[in-house]
Write a protein that binds this ligand. Structure first.
Ligand code: ATP
Ligand code: MG
Length: 729
């Protein structure tokens, strides 16, 4: 066991060996927080301070939990991890609830409803309460309820606090939904965190038992815990008070899901005797990568400052990839992977490609397949397998071939048009009797003696299908998809729901539209739809065939938390994409933390990539380079020609696609803008503190020259040009 301590720094070792009492490790990325948790568990077991079953370790993903268990296993000299409680909050508490939930009126074989199940229950409840889904979308209700649960707000209080129309409705649904779940002996995901709290309140003896049982509690990524998780942990450790949390406020990226950074900031208030360790050394990345990360995060105003130092060498500079569209961008990434694999004897598994939004993976997937580079998508379903894409494709397939009953069943009640399972069953029966396809039966349903309401719904559905068929005869794939979206109001509905999930779906459908647009631009004439469907069918087929353990990892930045890779590509570094549309400074700061997470995943080499245009919302759009690129010292970024950005002038583009005034190179040699500096009305500028803005007026001359700028996040400011240190973009 003493050997393993040699694999730790002095501070890390102290954190591992301070086994009793509350301890927090607050430290930046790659400083060994997760490593400390792992070694601490091994030490607790090996030193016989605790039996494995007395240790509870909570991680953020199941993948992280598995890796941690394996690692502990390797570290143990004699002991074993048998009985060790390790997993996500959800998985661990599901297990605990199976043992005790009978005490609060459920039985131990309760079902766990996923998000889709809970949504359909919410829909049902709304129907029973006579709340029209037109007045408030079920998804909106679902996310309001979920958020309330994560904040540990119960129905009664939610009802009292409900301040607006949507919340008022959601409050009613919340109450009945909770009853129904109980009648069904079911818990939704959020209940897995809430029910333990309810259980502890109603049956204190259980809490006491568990408090006695878990002698040591360890939590990774503490900055992303929400209120319910915080309370559960706090209650469980009350007896032994051996709570050990690690986190990094600079990596808090889940506030949109109710994570509360004050949990980490208030730890020492909750436990005044807590020992706090700070790890300042980074063991993951080169000095250059860290310089980039530190430079970026230091621009956030509300951040605990902790500059990391690398214990590695300078390493290579960052590389900037600049492409004229997103296909070329993906192509460059593919070429780079091929070339580094050869020149530096790298394996596919050394590479990771990150993007801000799920929809961006589609082009990357296509191009990697073309390059025959094996890849895997993490943390989300591959583009073609996503539900909304499958639904849209089912429509296209059905329009092309109306004998395809599988596709028909997928779309007949999507979006919901009140054609329930029972009606479908009756219709299927009817089609069997008549010996026709299901769709044929639907078209002649009038003679089948069905209820008028159903007949209406069926009529509207077949009208839609026939209309789309006509569009397909004359128009392009793009036209068909566009009409489909318009006629069903699909995009509008998703946008109105305005939840993270619905917006992701919205983006994906938009991406399919972009894909169709591009296809249609290059394939005129008949049979377009057929060919398009072929392309898609083959794409999803090949995807299934690629099963190997040596692959490039593709994921959103959110999914990359806690991981590390030798070579990282951050793609789509454009304004309004990364950072994603931000309206408030707080949102921009969360985007910047997200960028910090992305940068700090890289061990040896980091590529920053952006594209001057991109198909968004079905149209090619001109893009502007992300401000985050410019927040990194230009002397550590190399462009493709091999010179650093501080040596070369990189022209930027205006959002309307016209090249704008050459940029004053960013970097340490910033000079004050002079009269020939191009400062005039309408020019976009960047200020070190206020961020991006647009010049409204320039007044005066010489040293008293002033400029009035409307900053995106800070509003109007009048600045002295000589001291403002403005960069023109
Ligand atoms: P993140 O904030 O990204 O989750 P982290 O603080 O959890 O990062 P780890 O993943 O634990 O950091 O460690 C980063 C890398 O540094 C890992 O590869 C780990 O094995 C290595 N490492 C950590 N501490 C040491 C050490 N004392 N000696 C050698 N390598 C170390
Ligand atoms: Mg970690």
């Amino acid at each position: 066991m003493s050997d393993i301590f040699q694999q730790l720094s002095g501070v890390q070792r102290d954190a591992v060996q301070t086994t009793e009492g509350p301890v927090m490790v607050l430290a930046g990325a790659g400083s060994g927080k997760t490593r400390v948790i792992t070694y601490r568990i091994a030490n607790l077991i090996e030193s016989r301070n605790a039996a494995p079953h007395q240790i509870l370790a909570l991680t953020f993903t199941n993948k992280a939990a598995n890796e941690m268990r394996q690692r502990v296993e390797q570290l143990l000299y004699q002991g074993s991890t048998r009985g060790l409680w390790i997993g996500t909050f959800h998985s661990v508490f599901a297990r605990i609830l199976r043992n005790y939930i009978h005490l609060i009126g459920y039985t131990s074989n309760f079902s766990i409803y996923d998000s889709d199940d809970s949504k359909s229950l919410i829909r049902q409840v709304m129907k029973d309460l006579g709340i029209s889904t037109d007045s408030v979308a079920p998804n909106t209700v679902q996310s309001l309820i979920s958020r309330a649960k994560n904040d540990f707000v119960l129905p009664a209080q939610f009802h009292r606090d409900a301040a607006d129309y949507n919340r008022g409705k959601a409050a009613k649904v919340y109450e009945v939904y909770t009853q129904r779940l109980k009648e069904n002996n079911a818990l939704d995901f959020d209940d897995l965190l809430l029910k333990p709290l309810e259980l502890f309140r109603e049956v204190p003896a259980v809490l006491e038992q568990l408090q006695e049982y878990f002698r040591y509690i360890l939590i990774d990524e503490y900055q992303d815990t929400n209120k319910a998780q915080y309370l559960v942990a706090k209650q469980l450790c009350a007896r032994h008070r051996n709570i050990f949390v690690v986190g990094d406020d600079a990596q808090s990226i889940y506030s949109w899901r109710g994570a509360d950074i004050s949990n980490i900031l208030n730890f020492t208030d909750d436990y005044p005797d807590a020992k706090v360790f700070k790890l300042l050394e980074n063991y993951r990345s080169t000095r250059t990568i860290l310089r980039a990360a530190n430079g970026v995060i230091s621009r956030n105003s509300r951040q605990i400052r902790k500059d990391l130092v690398s214990n590695k060498g300078d390493g290579e500079p960052l590389s900037l990839l600049e492409s004229f569209n997103e296909k070329r961008e993906a192509d460059k990434v593919g070429e780079m992977i091929r070339s580094l694999k050869l020149s530096q004897q790298r394996e596919y598994r050394d590479f990771a490609i990150f993007y801000r939004t799920n929809a961006q993976s589609r082009v990357l997937e296509d191009i990697l397949r073309m390059h025959r580079i094996p890849y895997r998508i993490f943390g989300s379903i591959s583009f073609y397998k996503r539900k909304e894409i499958k639904d849209a494709i089912a429509y296209l397939r059905f329009i092309q071939n109306d004998q395809d009953t599988e596709s028909l069943l997928r779309i007949i009640n999507f979006p919901p048009r009140k054609i329930g399972d029972k009606s479908i069953q009756q219709l299927t029966e009817y089609s069997r009797v008549r010996g026709t396809s299901l769709y044929e039966a639907i078209k002649v349903a009038e003679s089948g003696g069905f209820q008028a309401r159903l007949l209406n719904a069926l009529g509207a559905f077949s009208d839609l299908v026939e209309k789309l068929k006509l569009v397909a005869l004359e128009g392009s794939v793009y036209d068909v998809l566009n009409s489909l979206y318009e006629e069903t109001g699909l995009l509008r509905l998703l946008k109105e729901e305005n939840t993270a999930e619905s917006l992701a779906r919205h983006e994906n459908l938009q991406e399919l539209l972009s894909m169709a647009r591009e296809f249609s631009d290059h394939h005129q004439g008949a049979n377009g739809l057929c060919e398009f469907m072929n392309d898609i069918a083959l794409a999803s087929d090949r995807e299934a065939a690629e099963e190997t353990d040596n692959y490039v990892s593709l994921m959103t930045v959110h999914a990359a938390k806690g991981l590390e890779f030798p070579v990282v590509f951050i793609t789509g570094l454009e304004e309004r994409l990364f950072p994603l549309n931000c309206f408030e400074n707080e949102e921009l700061e969360e985007e910047r933390r997200l960028f910090y997470v992305a940068v700090t995943r890289a061990r040896e080499k980091l590529f920053l990539s952006w594209s001057k245009s991109r198909y968004l919302y079905g149209q090619p759009q001109a893009c502007i380079r992300s401000m985050f690129i410019d927040e990194i010292d230009s002397d550590i970024i190399e462009n493709e020609g091999g010179s650093t950005l501080s040596e070369s002038r990189v022209p930027r583009q205006m959002s309307n696609g016209r090249p704008c005034v050459p940029q004053v190179p960013p970097g340490p040699t910033k000079r004050p803008a002079g009269p020939q500096d191009g400062l005039k009305k309408g020019v976009r500028v960047q200020h070190a503190m206020f961020g991006p803005g647009v010049v409204r007026r320039v007044q005066g001359s010489g040293s008293s020259r002033k400029v009035v700028i409307t900053f995106r996040n800070s509003g109007d400011k009048t600045l002295m040009v000589e001291y403002a240190n403005l960069k023109i973009m």
